[in-house]
Design a protein around this ligand. Sequence first.
Ligand code: SAM
Length: 185
Amino acid sequence: MKSDLVKFREILAQLPFDKYWQIGVDTGCLLKSTIIKNKYCRALEVGTSCGYSALWLIEGLSAQEKASLDCIESHKERNTLAKNNIALVCPPNVECNVHLAHAPGCFESFDRPNYDFVFVDATKSQSVAIFEALYPCLNKGGTIFIDNVLSHIEKMQPFIDYLMKNKISYKLHKIDAGLIEVKKD
Ligand SMILES: C[S@@+](CC[C@H](N)C(=O)[O-])C[C@H]1O[C@@H](n2cnc3c(N)ncnc32)[C@H](O)[C@@H]1O
């Protein structure tokens, strides 16, 4: 039987894509299964829109006894929408905070604990700066995913070049908009 979270997420998937840019189902499954497989319990999302992808992360995190998710969304109305949507179905063992902030500038004042898992689905041209700000906050064994590598290949090329130049190993997932996965050893 589907949980309320899954049922509500399916409703959010029907919202217009050209307004909320929800991730694909394959991407959601990949993010959720990575969290569950690694027993991650502290996660961060940059670019939350209406909260659709956050609900995939929350479903994965809810497998742990206690977990937390920080969401960063800079657009005021989408931020409020995400807050309300997430509050409706977030299970009590996952503490989710939706921050009205813009990355990477916000990280100067943002209290960043160490994260196990980071999902970046925000301004493509700022991927290098966002990655540089967040990679040091990633725990050993943690994973960071960056979306839209294939759908926005031109804007994402500097990020791929950055990873190669810095000899940071990554895996390209050729699903939906294309994601890069970096695991911190
Ligand atoms: C592609 S949408 C995110 C879709 C969402 N992850 C989902 O699948 O449901 C990108 C969102 O990131 C927000 N955004 C873009 N750049 C940002 C930044 N630098 N900091 C915070 N939010 C940002 C935009 O306002 C937009 O709502």
